[in-house]
Design a protein around this ligand. Structure first.
Ligand code: SF4
Length: 461
């Protein structure tokens, strides 16, 4: 353990004997950060002696790890809570905890509408989950924990718990930064996850070293604006590029990915790091959101179209076969046909390898929710046009890969075709090729024979 601040809850967890009988189920919505949080919560529950249940309705302890970025996952969480109320009528010892972003944002409403909920735990300190479950199993007193930590300094951390009993995984997520200071007008994250905080560099290096020793070949560093990492650390500022250079030296680790960077903070030192460090993959997921300066201004994205294109040009000049993906919102409040056309034009100009394209979803409490909304029919029609354009570009780019040899980390067999192996290339292309499953977990060179919308096919070299 390096400079860790141990929390009382964590000390308790590590000393508690694993005697409790019972099962748990963690239901997750949302982003990779939530997936990683759920994994940590599951580890905490296993440390108090619970075992995973086969299904949510068989479990004694059910945790809902919620997402507030769009309306749909919130509706799904409330709907599942309704089903669990019925289950609890006949299963009095069922413990229901609501965690994550919706818990942070709507704790009182969740409790008011769902008196069967035992506790609500926001995003601030997930290590409390084991203690909360223990308390709920012993008494029926409702608990609410939604405090967000202070901004200044390294995040209070718990590396030993994060490592303990962590099953060997080929690919692991490693959060390095929490919260966000950017305040995009459409986004609820600064409210649900608080202001930007970074984990200490020593703790991250220690965790990645332990993961690599335990068999992890690829890590994905997570942060809301991951390349803004390292501000406000008590040990002094550590740029994201420096962290990458340190992780590049970790023995046994093969690949480093990260998401999602913020365009304004994507500087030359990071581009040079991608070029120079063999373990840092040649793929960047750079969220564009909109391709018009006025649109970006209303979104409070503090970069311009010209600035975004400059980063792309610099990236491609440094690393010619750079994989580039993005996020684009369609139908942001006030989006005119002309502004949307500028986004389409930019997509044609930049030629992303792929894009996550969404219809704008209004989030109460954000400035954009108060702006003039675009009719749903218009949003749908624009989204269809954008998807058409991007799908064509993806196909065209993937066709240009034919004949190239790609390094692939073999993840296993294709779910659709058990005779084929699959994995991602350094540029984040999904690659399918015939081979023996015994190669799983290894790197392989694959010569591309065909390009498709979903990725490429090839043959082992
Ligand atoms: S950068 Fe913007 S979209 Fe991303 S988390 Fe921060 S506020 Fe939300």
């Amino acid at each position: 353990m390096s400079t860790l601040l141990q929390k009382p809850g964590n000390l308790q967890l590590s000393r508690r004997p694993q005697s409790r009988k019972g099962t748990y189920f963690v239901q997750t919505w949302g982003c990779q950060m939530n997936e990683e949080d759920s994994e940590q919560m599951a580890l905490a529950l296993e440390q108090i002696g619970l075992k995973p249940a086969d299904s949510i309705f068989e479990a004694q302890v059910v945790l809902l790890n919620t997402c507030s970025v769009r309306r749909k996952p919130e509706d799904k969480a409330f709907s599942l809570l309704g089903e669990l109320a019925i289950v609890k009528r006949n299963k009095k010892d069922l413990v229901v905890g609501v965690c994550g972003c919706m818990a942070q944002l709507r704790a009182d409403e969740i409790r008011h509408k769902n008196p069967h909920v035992d506790f609500v735990l926001g995003t601030g300190d997930l290590s409390q989950v084991g203690g909360l479950v223990e308390e709920a199993l012993q008494s029926r007193r409702f608990q609410k924990r939604v405090e967000l930590p202070e901004r200044k300094g390294a995040v209070v951390d718990d590396v030993p718990q994060r490592h303990l009993n962590r099953p060997t995984k080929l690919k692991s997520y490693v959060p390095i930064q929490y919260g966000c200071d950017k305040f995009c007008t459409f986004c609820i994250v600064p409210t649900t996850r608080g202001r930007e905080r970074s984990r200490s560099t020593a703790d991250i290096v220690e965790e990645v070293t332990a993961l690599a020793a335990n068999g992890t070949k690829e890590i994905t560093l997570l942060g809301q604006t991951v390349n803004s990492y390292g501000k406000n650390l008590v040990e002094g500022r550590v740029p994201f590029s420096q962290l990458l250079r340190q992780l590049d030296k970790v023995e046994g680790l093969e690949r480093i990915r990260y998401m999602s960077p913020y365009p304004r903070d994507f500087k030359m030192d990071l581009i040079e790091t991608i070029r120079d460090c063999p373990k840092v993959m040649e793929h960047v997921h750079l969220p564009l959101q909109g391709g018009d300066d006025e649109l970006l201004k209303r979104m409070h994205r503090v970069y311009t179209v010209e600035g975004f294109v400059k980063i792309v040009d610099e990236l491609r000049a440094a690393v010619p076969w750079m994989g580039l993906t993005t996020d684009i919102i369609v139908g942001f409040p006030g989006e005119t046909e002309e502004e949307f056309q500028h986004t389409l034009d930019l997509v044609e100009k930049v030629r992303f390898d792929g894009a996550y394209m969404f219809i704008y979803s209004s989030r109460p409490g954000t400035p954009a929710a108060e702006m003039e909304q675009v009719p749903l029919s218009v949003k749908k029609e624009r989204l269809a046009r954008l998807i058409d354009a991007q799908n064509r570009i993806t196909q065209e780019i993937n066709d240009t890969y034919v004949g190239r040899t790609l390094e692939v980390l073999i993840e296993g067999t294709s779910p659709r075709n058990p005779g084929m192996l699959q994995g991602y290339s350094r540029e984040f292309k999904m690659v399918h090729f015939p081979g023996n499953v015994e190669r799983q977990g290894r790197l392989a060179n694959v010569k591309v024979t065909g390009g498709y919308g979903w990725g490429v096919t090839g043959e082992l070299v």
